[in-house]
Design a protein around this ligand. Sequence first.
Ligand code: SF4
Ligand code: SF4
Length: 110
Amino acid sequence: MNKEKSEESCKKLEGSIVKACQVEGCSFNRDSKCHALAITIGDGNHPRCDTFVQEKAEGGIETKTVVGACKVASCGHNKNLICGANFIDVIFRNKHPYCNTFQTKYLLKV
Ligand code: SF4
Ligand code: SF4
């Protein structure tokens, strides 16, 4: 991609919004919302939040959190390791913060 095209697509990209997160034990979580500027999804092949952290201090700021990167290439919303969903929800599943918007590529096409 040339530089002009790349700059044009950057302007269009706003990133997938993290609409809600149930993981109240995370330092970035207050009132069921994430306060990180951006998160990374993907822990190995699992669509887990890799930005999850438990510190004594509160993390983040009042902001609109986006998915900066997603390592789960098997998700139908994933293109070039970027999330293409308009928004995602993070829930607590099997003791892990989990992207509840994950859909396998196959299921998304059906
Ligand atoms: S688990 Fe992830 S999405 Fe949820 S508050 Fe923490 S960093 Fe944000
Ligand atoms: S919806 Fe899919 S591509 Fe988007 S963050 Fe979740 S697992 Fe990644």
